[in-house]
Design a protein around this ligand. Structure first.
Ligand code: ATP
Length: 440
């Protein structure tokens, strides 16, 4: 059975991963809130990315730049003039489209996407995707600023600061995770395309001429990362942008695509941005942004290889990849086979029954594990149902205190995927869990 978007949306709401934003006021289109399980999953995905980019590389450092920036940054970057989508309206059914998303074959056959009439489409109008707001109390043109539509520019304008303070030498990278905002014309498909989302971006600064090799290196590393994250590699592929699809800043661009329930879609972009951004900022700011190579005594603007992934899209890919409905002998179980590294709870602890001192022992285990990992305690209902609830939440391990525990200080340790249970001594529990979570 292949997973549908409806099933994911329903599980997310039911179990507290993701809620419609402002739900009690009727909701706000394409905005979502992450609930108790969702916030853990999202945080774990961000930590996983941060570890694989920053901690696993000697030459990558982190940054957290402000969302609000000098408006001239967006002039220099080309966003004020060019971050537009061509918007087309249907005069008949009032549907709104991105012209580049209308299938030309369908249009040629006289089928407009919804009402089927191409003659009633308006001419495309360029619509700038940046959200505008005002800084300070007076809403006048001079105070207009933007919510950043990508985190990358915060890295470019800080590159000299980072270089001077961290004593990195080329090649080196700057990584950042943060919110970005785009006034998308056609948001939708749950958290796949929203107007407020989070990005995980790493910009890698290299000597011009080393850019082609660096792009290849990052393509390989990014695929290895998705493998480690636990995604099914047969659902991942690269798509290269053709010359007519390349963004204004890019010399070469590859999308990492994932086969979502809605089809193959972009998950991440790996781009060779050349010195486009640094030379634009150098020109607009009047500041010398060249890198000085103290061995060759040369000054030059580095080329930049960018890896830009969406947090929310990665989370959606992880959920879709992990979701399974399994037919057991007597019942169906819904299970999320999330990798232990990103699962919201690493383990759940149950007393088999609420008597004979079992809850006290289970709570002691819970308190002991809590300092080291996110765990859950549950004493309500039949133990089989408690297992099912944890399967749906993606909890990889369940620990049950039963009557044998009272005799020999062992507990059962149940594995989510195989559903097998083994007995383990309470004193060896924490280490065993830590090893399993690390994949040892
Ligand atoms: P698309 O073609 O889907 O609009 P894009 O090519 O404009 O995306 P980039 O500007 O390369 O996307 O952004 C990098 C990453 O940020 C994307 O691969 C995606 O994971 C994420 N992203 C971009 N726009 C959105 C959005 N509106 N909602 C959620 N994630 C997004």
């Amino acid at each position: 059975m292949s997973v549908t978007m409806e099933k994911i949306v329903s599980l997310c709401k039911r179990r507290g991963f993701i809620f419609q934003s402002s739900e009690i006021y009727g909701g706000i289109n394409a905005c979502y809130d992450y609930g108790p399980l969702g916030v853990e999953l999202k945080k774990n995905i961000k930590d996983f990315w941060w570890k694989s980019m920053v901690y696993d590389h000697r030459n990558i450092v982190g940054l957290d730049s402000a969302i609000l920036m000098h408006p001239r940054i967006w002039e220099a970057s080309g966003h004020v003039a060019g971050f537009n989508d061509p918007m087309v309206d249907c005069r008949q059914c009032k549907a709104r489209f991105r012209e580049d998303e209308i299938d030309p074959k369908k249009l040629a056959a006289g089928q407009c996407p919804r009402c089927g009439n191409k003659d009633v489409l308006t001419e495309p109008r360029q619509f700038n995707l940046m959200f505008k707001t005002h800084m300070g109390p007076v809403a006048e043109d001079a105070s207009q600023i933007y919510l950043r539509p990508e985190t990358a520019q915060g890295i470019y304008v800080n590159y000299k600061n980072v270089l001077d303070s961290s004593r990195q030498k080329i090649p080196f990278g700057i990584a950042q995770i943060g919110k970005a905002f785009r006034n998308e014309i056609t948001p939708g498909n749950f958290i796949f395309r929203t107007r407020e989302f989070e990005q995980m971006e790493m910009q890698y600064f290299v000597q011009p001429g080393d850019d082609i090799e660096a792009l290849e290196m990052w393509k390989e590393r990014r695929m290895a990362y998705y493998d480690k994250l636990g995604l099914n590699m047969s659902k991942l592929r690269f798509e290269e942008h053709g010359p007519d699809e390349l963004a204004h800043y890019a010399k070469a661009a590859f999308d990492v695509e994932y086969e979502f329930p809605i089809g193959w879609k972009e998950l991440e972009g790996v781009h060779n941005r050349t010195d486009f951004d640094l030379s634009a900022h150098q020109e607009h700011s009047g500041k010398d942004l060249r890198y000085f190579n103290d061995q060759t005594r040369e000054r030059f603007l580095p080329y930049i290889i960018e890896t830009s992934a969406g947090v929310d899209r990665t989370l959606l890919a992880c959920l879709a990849d992990a979701y399974e409905e399994e037919q057991l002998e007597k019942e169906k179980r819904t299970v999320l086979h999330l990798s232990p590294a990103i699962a919201p709870f690493k383990a759940a602890i149950f007393p088999l029954v609420k008597k004979e001192g079992m809850p006290e022992i289970a709570l002691k285990i819970y308190d002991d594990l809590r300092g080291d990992m996110n765990v859950f305690y549950d004493a309500q209902g039949a133990v089989g149902r408690r297992y099912r609830r944890q399967d749906e939440a993606g909890t990889p391990f369940c620990i049950t205190v039963d009557s044998q525990t009272l005799e020999d200080q062992t507990v059962t340790l149940r594995d989510r995927d195989s559903m097998e249970q083994l007995r383990i001594s309470m004193s060896a529990l924490k280490q065993a869990l830590q090893d399993k979570i690390k994949g040892e």
